[in-house]
Design a protein around this ligand. Structure first.
Ligand code: PEP
Length: 251
């Protein structure tokens, strides 16, 4: 059984003080992690404060990105080795904003996936899709290529541990989510790709999330779909009440 994963991505928002009060506010209000797992990916400079405030340890405190080398002369970068040492279980890799604004290529994303796995963490591998590609019918090819490129050299054993997020960039930050049919179609395509590269067993074990304008009032419809195992929410994860509602979508 795939345990649902409700993950937030704060991007470059909040201060350290705001991050601490969010964590304090969600204590005791999230579902047990073996029923619905919850995570918030935050800027690296907040992570220790969030871990310290996370007394009940139900929420997973996650990173938004990291570098692909463990250490060295890479000014300003975040070490995956140090993240693991802090106790960070998940790192987002390949978000469309990293691809667009920081020129992360498929090769860079692949190296980051390998680095996260090598350091004992789970990558949440994002796979985007632009409206142009959807309309031109290139969608399938594009999504399959991104998943295959990100997982190059990842063993079957490691592939079974990853999380993949289908994040159409036309839905991110737009206020309008993909329909549940579109989300299901994208997540199914990713699962099929994993089955083709690895095996049905791996594909059936991996959690595939949908991301793009998920809100408390549309999450239930998305989560009903067979291949949508969770969500990656940006804007609606910033407010603690809204995140608590997302996490408790089953109630
Ligand atoms: C995201 O950035 O991953 C995202 C899904 O953002 P939003 O929920 O705000 O569309």
């Amino acid at each position: 059984m795939r345990i649902p994963l409700i993950a937030g991505n704060w991007k470059m928002n909040k201060s350290v003080t705001e991050a601490r009060s969010f964590i304090e506010a969600v204590q005791g209000k999230l579902p047990a992690a073996d029923v619905v797992e919850t995570a918030i990916a935050a800027p690296a400079l907040f992570l220790q404060t969030m871990l310290d405030a996370n007394r009940d340890q139900v929420l997973r405190v996650a990173a938004e990105t990291c570098y692909y080398e463990d250490e060295g002369a890479y000014t300003g970068e975040t070490s995956p080795k140090a993240l693991h040492e802090m106790g960070i279980p998940y790192t987002i890799v390949g978000h469309s904003e990293r691809r667009r604004y920081f020129n992360e290529t498929d090769d860079v994303i692949n190296r980051k996936v390998l680095a996260v796995l090598r350091n004992g963490m789970t990558p949440i591998v994002c796979c985007d899709e632009t409206m142009g590609r959807r309309e031109s019918g290139e969608k399938i090819h594009w999504v399959v290529n991104q998943v295959s490129a990100a997982l190059k050299g990842v063993s079957l054993e490691d592939a079974a541990k990853i999380v993949v997020a289908y994040e159409p960039s036309w839905a991110i930050g737009s206020g309008t989510s993909a329909s549940s049919d579109q989300a299901e179609e994208g997540c199914y395509l990713i699962r099929q790709t994993l089955a083709d590269i690895y095996s049905d067993e791996v594909a059936n074990g991996v959690r595939v999330l949908y991301g793009g304008s998920v809100k408390p009032d549309n999450i239930a419809g998305l989560m009903k779909r067979d291949n949508v195992d969770g969500v990656l929410a940006g804007g609606s994860s910033l407010d603690e009440h809204s995140f608590i509602q997302l996490a408790n979508y089953q109630n």
